[in-house]
Design a protein around this ligand. Structure first.
Ligand code: NAD
Length: 382
């Protein structure tokens, strides 16, 4: 059994909850879950035991009611879980939503202790963070982090940074847990949090789930690099109509995404071909099915100039939700193995910016094989 707590009950988390229940009822297969049912821990063993949000319209409602906002076929089995109040620290700033958080009436340290107490009752193995994309500043040192908490400097933190701190405290008390950071805030890539996680027995998967166009770009660039074709430039667009794209119209938040997506060019090619890779716009009628486009211009033999143009409409939230079904189970495997801190073997396949810091993006087709071997499975094509 893998017990999961969700942080951020939005589109991705709701599709995750809905799909899991449908699989358990035998109404849905495993498409979109990379490891399907190959792991010793089965998809059916994943159980959501808690959910947190800061949107005042969601707090106190049942998971069923919230999931229904995103999926007309929300399974009734989700009625037993109530969405609890998290920590907001401005996460919903500039969005048409009213935020409420524990820290409205508590200091940060009190809010952390409150969460740890709740988690000791819920007993999660794995935390899955799918909150709204944040604008963040990494911490310079552990001392800076602890001092900012002591001084209750709420403006210094994003919610994710505080959740990870609380999860580390919880992991230390119960002897092990895992944190999946599916959003761009640097956690697996922040040495301060990586160290804290390691010493607290918290496995970390992060940062920023690799869905949509980015992993595809990585594999296309690897294809060109292997044939020694010289990439002149890369343009990659993403236009979507869900709330995450709306949040990304905020400049500071968009910067976080740009950062996690852009490291792939240098990592895969070994030179920094001029590129534009970032979420480009919000267009409401597109809904969750975003438009992606990729344009890569390169030099072939005898100076020939070729172009690749790839277009797609991709359902954004199911793409990440399917990966989360694996990450929850791999989190439990990491705990069982006693491996804590950022786990590169897993991150290199599932994450846009795989931690720990300074570890490269590698072609996903290679990362896939390494991840399988880490999880105790046979490689597929090697
Ligand atoms: P969403 O806006 O539908 O959901 C985010 C949810 O988090 C909302 O319910 C919001 O109220 C809640 N929230 C915000 N701040 C919170 C906090 N501090 N504590 C608890 N809850 C909080 O967005 P989404 O489409 O579900 O995406 C979620 C995250 O996943 C985004 O950060 C996005 O960058 C990341 N992500 C998504 C994809 C994908 O959809 N394919 C890929 C990679 C990363």
């Amino acid at each position: 059994m893998v017990k999961v707590v969700i942080l951020g009950q939005g589109y991705v988390a709701s599709i995750f909850a809905s799909g899991l229940e449908k699989i358990k009822k035998g109404e849905l297969g495993y498409y979109g879950v990379p490891l399907a049912n190959e792991l010793p821990i089965k998809v059916e063993d994943v159980e959501i035991v808690g959910s947190y949000d800061v949107d005042s319209n969601k707090i106190g409602k049942s998971l069923y009611e919230v999931v229904k906002l995103y999926d007309d076929n929300a399974p009734e089995s989700l009625k037993g879980i109530v969405v609890r109040k998290g920590i907001h620290l401005g996460s919903l700033r500039n969005l048409p939503l009213k935020a409420e958080g524990l820290e409205d009436k508590m200091t940060l340290r009190e809010a952390i202790d409150h969460l740890v107490e709740e988690w000791k009752e819920l007993k999660p193995d794995v935390f899955i963070n799918v909150c709204t994309t944040e604008a963040f500043v990494p911490f310079e040192s552990r001392e800076e982090l602890e001092r900012a908490l002591d001084e209750n400097r709420k403006e210094r933190f994003t919610a994710t940074q505080v959740y990870v701190y609380a999860a580390a405290k919880y992991a230390k008390e119960v002897g092990g847990a895992a944190f999946v950071n599916a959003i761009p805030t640097l956690i697996a890539n922040d040495p301060v949090f990586a160290e804290l996680a390691k010493e607290s027995r918290l496995a970390v998967f992060g940062d920023d789930g690799a869905t949509g166009a980015t992993p595809l770009t990585a594999d296309v660039l690897a294809h060109l690099a292997q044939r020694n074709r010289y990439v002149k430039d890369v343009a990659q667009f993403n236009i979507g109509g869900n709330n995450d794209f709306l949040a990304l119209t905020d400049k500071e938040r968009n910067k976080s995404k740009e950062f996690t997506k852009s490291s792939i060019v240098m990592d895969l090619l070994g030179y920094d071909a001029p590129h534009y890779i970032k979420p480009t716009g919000f267009l409401e009628p597109l809904g969750d099915r975003k438009f992606i486009a990729m344009h890569i211009e390169y030099v072939s033999f005898n100076g020939a100039i070729d172009e690749l143009i790839i277009n797609g409409r991709i359902n954004d939230s199911p793409a990440l939700a399917g990966l989360l079904v694996d990450l929850a189970r791999l989190g439990k495997i990491a705990i069982e193995k006693g491996q804590f801190g950022p786990i590169y073997e897993v991150n290199a396949f599932y994450m846009k910016n795989p931690g720990p810091k300074d570890m490269p993006n590698i072609p996903r087709i290679i990362a896939y094989e390494k991840m399988r071997m880490w999880a105790g499975l046979e490689p597929r094509w090697l």
